[in-house]
Design a protein around this ligand. Structure first.
Ligand SMILES: [Zn+2]
Length: 360
């Protein structure tokens, strides 16, 4: 497969040669690719400056080192194609060239690996609503489900229906921007582009393991970007603290499960500075695997306020983040569409790249 794309030789060569071979493999002329720029040198410099690290680390190296390199390449290509389609026409030129190369590689890859493993799989990041669902200690009620009818009807057919009720902010749920920012979007007003988008997972499990009140810092974000590339506008950022291992034990998950008392909570969250750094990156939404974007001891909810004043929604009590790669997943986070709501039950799912699908 790699040979048929001309990639094996390309990856072993200097990257200028790789560019030429990719263009060749897709039936494009080099001048067609280079023509996007004023000169070949300008293209090369732009790629070196902006895209080389991503290209080498996320496409070339994984494609050669992963057990199923062709599938890895295909998944990455498709992820980037989706990303590129969202970008506006005046996107920086380096990204346009990168897109051309990626799309050309994908066209060839799609034709040769269709009989092998699927290019993606689905992972549910949602806790089911039931009697154990964790709510904020001051919530006036919990998940309520009452049977309206269950069994055989007089007409001889089976019928089942329930009545449900829940506070908006419990279980895996949405925080609409209006939750902490007057005049911002309500649940039904949030643009779908904020709810369905490429996702990154920032791992802060080490910090949370030694400090129940650990905060995501700007340094965590910058370290992530150093390893995995910049967090681009329109990305859904998911913060992984490892807290799902405590679910559904409310005492361990919240730090204190005394009903009606939220004064002694202890769990990790996002610092105000980190929230502002995510606002500056124009992220689509921010999710976390704890009960709140702010950490347990917070009394002023500065992370909530910073994000929501910028119109950025939150996802809380997100499950199974250990199964989502740092980069490469597509996130679909669709809440119940409550008119005028400040949040609501959320079904959040990750579309994983093929390399994260082993054993699923
Ligand atoms: Zn909430």
């Amino acid at each position: 497969m790699l040979e048929s794309l001309g990639l094996r030789g390309a990856c072993a060569s200097p990257y200028r040669e790789a560019l030429a071979r990719l263009a060749e493999a897709a039936g494009m002329s080099k001048s067609g690719v280079f023509g996007v720029f004023g000169s070949k040198e300008e293209l090369q410099l732009a790629i070196i400056d902006k895209a080389q690290a991503i290209f080498m680390e996320e496409v070339v190296i994984p494609a050669l080192s992963a057990p199923r390199g062709a599938d890895r390449l295909l998944a990455l290509c498709e992820g980037f194609v989706r990303h590129v389609r969202r970008m506006s026409a005046n996107t920086h030129r380096w990204f346009f060239a990168y897109a051309l190369l990626t799309i050309s590689g994908c066209g060839a890859a799609r034709g040769t690996s269709s009989e092998t493993a699927p290019a993606s799989c689905l992972l549910d990041l949602t806790y089911a609503y039931d009697d154990e669902t964790i709510y904020w200690p001051t919530a006036p009620s919990r998940f309520h489900k009452e049977t309206l009818f269950y069994g055989e009807t007089e007409g001889g057919y089976f019928y089942g229906a329930y009545e449900i009720a829940t506070p908006e902010h419990g279980g895996t749920h949405l925080d609409a921007p209006i939750h902490f920012a007057e005049g911002q979007d309500t649940t039904d007003e949030i643009p779908l582009q904020r709810l369905i988008a490429p996702g990154v997972v920032i791992d802060m499990t080490d910090a949370a393991a030694v400090d129940r009140d650990a905060l995501l810092t700007v340094e965590h974000i910058e370290a992530f970007e150093g390893l995995h590339g910049a967090i681009t506008p329109g990305t859904i950022v998911l913060v992984h603290t490892g807290w799902s291992r405590h679910w559904p034990n409310a005492e361990r998950y919240l730090g204190d499960a005394t009903p009606g008392d939220a004064s002694n909570l202890h769990f990790p969250g996002i610092s105000e500075e980190a929230a502002h750094a995510l606002v500056a990156r124009q992220v689509a939404a921010v999710g976390i695997d704890t009960a709140s974007l702010d950490h347990g001891p917070s009394k002023d909810f500065l992370a909530h306020r910073a994000l929501m004043e910028a119109g950025i929604p939150g996802f809380e009590n997100v499950a199974h983040l250990h199964g989502v790669p740092s980069r490469g997943a597509e996130i679909i986070a669709l809440p119940m569409k409550i008119a005028g709501g400040s949040g609501g039950p959320l079904r959040i799912v990750a579309v994983l790249p093929a390399t994260s699908c082993e054993g699923r």
